[in-house]
Design a protein around this ligand. Structure first.
Ligand code: TYD
Length: 202
């Protein structure tokens, strides 16, 4: 059986992390995330999310995300796939296109090429978008807000619009699920999508 690479995407508080964990458990897959899926990535993540990081240039932000991704792919994703393990990641390249591209306004194609270069051309077999309107998601955020969560509603609306546009443009590689349902209902739909799209017994 070919090892598969599955990404979860969505805005803040969309419940991705919970669903990524449940799917990884059900598949016996390696569970990982961005930014911060490696030791070096954890240090990059610290810089990126800390509200004390002020006036970070959008291109510098995109490059740090790409650096985290390069390390993640080289150190975790490719070795796991090569060893025959499925990989489930909480965020991947589409987050850069949505946040740094649609959110910050960097040219979409340039952000995409940057990820293409960082990963050596590795893209997920399937990306699952958990679609939750931002105002509903905000209510779920309880901890102290990080640098991205402090952005305004217009920023988050552009991010969500970006995710929806990517999913609509590439339906073979994306599934959009209503993220406002219960955890169990979403988990069942996630497994259904993985069974149907990737023919995995889950
Ligand atoms: P995290 O705490 O993992 O947020 P979440 O639980 O919402 O996934 O923080 C990751 C933040 O980094 C999130 O706000 C999205 C942002 N991000 C980007 O802006 N670009 C990227 O390429 C990635 C991977 C994440």
């Amino acid at each position: 059986m070919t090892a598969r690479f599955i990404a979860f995407e969505g805005g803040e508080g969309s419940g991705k992390s919970t669903q990524a964990e449940l799917l990884a458990k059900a598949l016996g897959a390696v569970l990982t995330r961005e930014p911060g899926g490696t030791e070096i990535g954890m240090r990059i993540r610290g810089v990126l999310l800390d509200p004390a990081t002020r006036a970070l240039d959008a291109r510098a932000e995109a490059l740090l995300m790409a650096a985290d991704r390069a390390q993640h792919v080289a150190g975790v994703v490719r070795p796991s796939l090569a060893a025959g393990r499925h990989v489930v990641t909480d965020r991947f390249a589409a987050s850069s296109i949505a946040y740094q591209g649609y959110g910050r306004g960097l040219p979409i194609e340039e952000v995409r090429s940057l990820s293409e270069w960082a990963t050596g051309g590795l893209w997920p077999d399937l990306t699952i978008l958990l679609d939750v309107p931002h105002d509903m998601a905000v209510a779920r955020l309880v901890r102290g807000l990080d640098r991205f969560e402090r952005e305004d509603g217009a920023f988050h609306a552009r991010v969500l619009g970006g995710f929806r546009a990517m999913a609509a443009a590439d339906p073979d590689h994306w599934v959009v699920l209503d993220g406002t349902c219960s955890v169990d209902a979403i988990a069942a739909r996630v497994r259904g999508a993985v069974r149907e799209r990737l023919q995995l017994p889950v």
